[in-house]
Ligand binder design. Structure first.
Ligand SMILES: [Fe+2]
Length: 229
């Protein structure tokens, strides 16, 4: 079955989440974790990554895996189990952040900071495999069972369940993590289907995040006659 033209509901949010993982990994590499002040900024970023991954996994379970328990229980259970492992790896990081904050001196912070860096690398490695697997194996099951229209409707329900403030955090990393074609398509959909305030909020994120030349290019694409959505 040729499925490359099917709707990949995970593409955009996973690209955003990967961008956040890569950025945080680099921040951890560039930060002297012996230094309490510089290290604290990196710790807060790690905590924010964990919040977004935790709610992302929760939403995938609620909107995609749980409904599959009836028809494809092995697949649903496998991905729910992976989310449990993801949660465990996140808990290791949460504990290390707490431990790092308690450390009495630079030397102890450097040691716990190094352990935290390795734990974050494990979190990234696991999630890179996990997100690929969702886009290949979970999508294969979803595509077999549902139409693209149904998948999009499920995604809409998921997106609407996310509080606006948190949605803006995901949006920032999605803007940073996707290509121009994807940005234009996203904006076109928001323009047609979402309240005007959301388009305004999204455009202001784009303006802030993208270099001027790229922002202008995306705006020109958006203002061309809309492609069939
Ligand atoms: Fe997931």
């Amino acid at each position: 079955m040729n499925t490359t033209n099917r709707y990949n509901s995970f593409n955009q949010v996973h690209k955003g989440l990967r961008a956040y993982l890569y950025d945080t990994a680099l921040k951890l590499q560039q930060t002297d974790l012996a230094d309490a002040k510089a290290g604290e900024a990196a710790m807060q970023q790690v905590e924010e990554v964990l919040v977004l991954f935790e709610s992302h996994a929760h939403n995938e379970d609620e909107f995609f895996n749980r409904p599959l328990e009836e028809t494809s229980p092995e697949v649903a259970r496998m991905f729910e189990k992976e989310h449990e492992e993801d949660h465990r790896l996140g808990q290791v990081l949460t504990d290390l952040v707490a431990q790092w904050r308690e450390e009495p001196d630079d030397h102890a912070r450097a040691i716990t900071g190094r352990n935290l860096f390795y734990a974050f690398n494990e979190f990234i490695a696991f999630n890179l495999y996990h997100m690929n697997k969702e886009e290949i194996e979970l999508n294969a099951v979803l595509w077999k069972q549902y139409s693209d229209a149904t998948i999009k409707a499920t995604e809409q329900a998921l997106v609407q369940s996310v509080p606006p403030q948190k949605m803006m955090k995901y949006a920032k990393w999605m803007v940073r993590g996707i290509n121009n074609t994807e940005l234009i398509k996203w904006l076109q959909e928001v323009r047609v289907f979402a309240p005007a305030e959301l388009l305004t909020a999204l455009l202001s994120i784009l303006e802030h995040e993208l270099p001027t030349e790229r922002f202008d290019r995306v705006m020109r694409g958006l203002n061309k006659p809309a492609a069939v959505l």
